[in-house]
Write a protein that binds this ligand. Structure first.
Ligand code: SAM
Length: 255
């Protein structure tokens, strides 16, 4: 549900835990428990202590933290990549975006925040149980009603011609929906696909031949975290490895 306030607790090792407060609730950490009431009293930016003396910091989750910790059906778009997609799509408040597949709703949240309450995200997901999780995840973080969910494959969608300022695709076989998605895109605007395998990238680029779009860029988002414990600082030994390629196309005016 979306009733109680949403918090993120962090332990001294930096591990995060999402907590939805409820009356009489208790948070369980392997180093002890904390009543939800104590979390509410500490508030965002505060600290609580478990009954075994472990200190936890209390936060409102950022979008990045939320996406990394929320329940998932499908693997969410990694936040570094989702934020890059928002940039490549050149999204701004008031725009309309087409998305497929919704998955767990991670990318949906980045899109919905970028287009704001005057904007709209129309999101298509063919697997009902994925969509159910996505709706729960999106509503659990974002109370603005600017997302329309469709329990449908993008193939079956009825879309307004040139009705969208952007198209975001995170699905296995985007070439199957590419011509349909391109019809729904406004001239001079972008379609961005998120693809784990380079073979998928090449297949998509092949499918784009003959469609009124031009390949703009193929890229990976590098995001190297550093471990800083003064006086020493070095790149973390464990990094997020490969996530996916981003492929951006721009639409020609069809005259
Ligand atoms: N971007 C999502 C997120 O951040 O949570 C994750 C998307 S997940 C990797 C891919 C999803 O696309 C799956 O849930 C799958 O069911 C859905 N899908 C695959 N083909 C589809 C299609 N043709 N139309 C709509 N959804 C599709």
């Amino acid at each position: 549900g979306v009733e109680g306030e949403l918090y993120l607790l962090k332990d001294t090792k930096g591990r995060g835990f999402l907590v939805r407060l409820r009356p009489g609730g208790v948070f369980h950490h392997h180093k002890g428990t904390v009543p939800h009431e104590a979390i509410r009293e500490a508030g965002p930016g505060g600290r609580v202590e478990t009954h075994l003396g472990e200190v936890l910091s209390v936060h409102r989750p950022t979008l990045e933290e939320y996406v990394l910790h929320m329940r998932r059906s499908a693997t969410p778009t990694y936040p570094k990549d989702a934020s890059a997609m928002v940039t490549l799509l050149d999204l701004a408040p008031g725009m309309r975006v087409l998305e497929a597949g919704t998955g767990s709703g991670g990318l949906t949240l980045f899109l919905a925040r970028a287009v704001g309450k005057e904007g709209l995200v129309e999101s298509y997901e063919k697997r009902p149980h994925h969509l159910k999780q996505a709706v729960e995840n999106v509503k659990g973080f974002w109370q603005v009603e600017n997302v329309r969910f469709h329990a449908q494959g993008l193939e079956e969608a009825h879309l307004p011609p040139e009705g969208f300022h952007g198209v975001a695709l995170d699905l296995m076989e985007p070439w199957k929906v590419l011509s349909k998605a391109v019809e729904a895109l406004m001239p001079d605007r972008f379609l961005v696909a998120y693809l784990p395998n380079i073979t998928q990238v090449l297949e998509l680029i092949r499918a784009a031949e003959g469609l009124p779009i031009r390949l703009e860029r193929v890229l990976e988002v590098g995001w190297r975290e550093w471990e800083v414990r003064l006086p020493v600082a070095h790149p973390r030994f464990q990094q997020v490895g490969h996530t996916a390629f981003l492929v951006a196309f721009r639409k020609w005016k069809v005259s």
